[in-house]
Design a protein around this ligand. Structure first.
Ligand SMILES: C[S@@+](CC[C@H](N)C(=O)[O-])C[C@H]1O[C@@H](n2cnc3c(N)ncnc32)[C@H](O)[C@@H]1O
Length: 359
């Protein structure tokens, strides 16, 4: 059914995904799950009521019929317009809500944690309401056998995990991403934060989810891959087009996409930033939809996607090498850096690097 809020040209561009009438949203279930929002919290419920502004066409659509697409939008709005059961996998690197005046160390210097306005906490209830709303939409959008991956730290991951449980997802794994060389803890009153958690969940207990087990085992030197992943933060080569304050390493996304999807399947990233997920999808032959609010990040995302498409046109064998490269230490974790321009091999690094590019 056509969405009356969409202009005709947008409808023509997005025939398969955005035909859901606004009137159905937000689902009564999502609203019933929300705790009461005090006056001081942002009016998240109000923002998600029917009656949205028209959707713009994609910010970027790859020339191959739009297999890779970026949308400039607020995810809470755009997700609601996507059709039920239309994507195979979702990777979400949402706001962690950690830019609240704390300090951290970047390149040996003490700096304020400020990833951007989008990363400021709205209070426990506001943050949890936000997580419930977008995760509820993601579950509706996922195909029955689809899975979702969500990254986080202690600032957001407990809310995300609880929301996943309440919304009837089935949690499959909690991956510990060990960042190998984290910045020191300047306060010296805590252990150095060296990991992020990545929750992997199926749409429901009935889902027959995709797990490319043999590939993961092969990647891990013939042993079952563990849920502890040693992967360096993105290196300089991954930031050659510019920096995103919380850019994820390409090696992390290669593994996630390769483990849980088949070639040609549709991957969605509702908080795509510089589109590391899209770069992995381009590399591995998956379709991609990325949603991002900020034009600055979208500009970077477009450059990265175009560059990756060009690289893959020149060197299609890279797709194979990305998922089978000998990057593992035999102990269950891999140490990688996506240094790959002009070469079909990947360097294993065990050296130290001072970097606080990630959360
Ligand atoms: C943690 S970053 C993602 C980084 C990404 N994984 C990468 O590798 O570049 C989260 C991104 O979500 C965007 N964002 C935050 N809230 C949003 C919302 N409601 N809708 C769309 N984008 C949002 C931010 O601008 C930010 O770029």
């Amino acid at each position: 059914m056509p969405d009356p809020a969409l202009p005709a040209h947008a409808e023509a561009l997005l025939p398969d995904l955005f035909d859901r009438p606004d009137a159905a949203d937000p689902s009564p279930r999502a609203l019933s799950l929300l705790p009461p929002v005090p006056d001081t919290a942002p009016d998240l419920i109000q923002e998600t009521r029917p009656g949205y502004a028209a959707l713009a066409p994609p910010y970027y659509s790859s020339a191959d019929g739009g297999r890779l697409r970026l949308y400039q939008a607020d995810s809470l709005e755009l997700l609601r317009r996507m059709r039920d059961e239309s994507v195979d996998m979702i990777f979400a690197d949402p706001p962690y809500f950690l830019s609240n005046g704390g300090i951290t160390c970047v390149g040996g210097r003490m700096v304020r944690v400020d990833k951007g306005g989008w990363d400021k906490s709205q209070g426990i209830i506001g943050d949890h309401a936000f997580n419930l709303l977008w995760l509820d939409q993601c579950r509706r959008i996922l195909k029955p056998n689809g899975t979702i991956w969500v990254t986080g730290t202690s600032h957001n991951i407990h809310s995300v995990g609880y929301a996943l449980q309440v919304l009837d997802y089935k949690i499959l794994n909690d991956i510990a991403w060990y960042k190998i060389n984290p910045p020191p803890n300047l306060a010296c009153r805590y252990f150095t934060h060296a990991t992020e958690t990545i929750l992997w969940a199926a749409k429901s207990v009935k889902s027959k989810h995709t797990f490319n087990y043999p590939l993961m085992k092969e990647q891990n030197g013939g042993k079952q891959m563990k849920s502890l992943w040693e992967i360096l933060p993105p290196g300089k080569s991954e930031k050659r087009h510019g920096k995103h304050p919380t850019q994820k390493p390409e090696a992390l996304l290669w593994r996630i996409v390769a483990a849980s999807t088949q070639p040609g399947e549709m991957v969605l990233d509702p908080f795509c930033g510089s589109a590391t997920t899209g770069v992995a999808c381009a590399r591995l032959g998956r379709q991609f939809i990325g949603i991002e609010r900020e034009a600055e990040h979208l500009e970077l995302a477009v450059k990265r996607l175009k560059d990756e498409i060009e690289i893959m046109n020149l060197q299609p064998a890279l797709a194979f090498n990305s998922v089978t490269s000998p990057t593992f230490d035999g102990g269950g974790g891999g140490v990688e850096d996506g240094k790959r321009r002009g070469t079909t091999s990947f360097t294993t690094h065990s050296g130290q690097r001072s970097c606080c590019a990630c959360h």
